[in-house]
Design a protein around this ligand. Sequence first.
Ligand code: SF4
Length: 142
Amino acid sequence: MKRLTSINSLDGGCPELIIRAHHLLCMRGFQGYGYSREFIDNMERILKWIHDNPKKPIMIVDFPDDICAACPFLDESACLRAEDTVRLMDQMLMDLMGIKSGDELTSTEIDDLISPIIDSPELTEICCECSWIDVCLVHRNP
Ligand code: SF4
């Protein structure tokens, strides 16, 4: 599978996993839905990698990532459906988390930043344009 990391890495490094910020929420809400079988398989592979590598850093960005790499709507380096919208979603979440594009965090550090804001109204605002919101676990009350 084509990987975007090497051309997009901000500091010349090449982290093992690059995730655009709003996908940190999507991964929490994922329950098997996606744009194609390849997309779903890739998401599951990434979730397993994160589970198996809790201490490895993940680079958080505001451009297409390792999840987008298997998406049928990715065109080279932009989302064909709504790159501007998803980039705004990335920025809104990074602002809430107090991080910036290019920062590297472990999955534990990411959880520590997202857990306190998971029920905040700002998350509904971030996700309001998403077609998966009705089936996303992030937005389903227990
Ligand atoms: S509602 Fe959509 S954008 Fe928001 S976390 Fe769920 S899948 Fe991601």
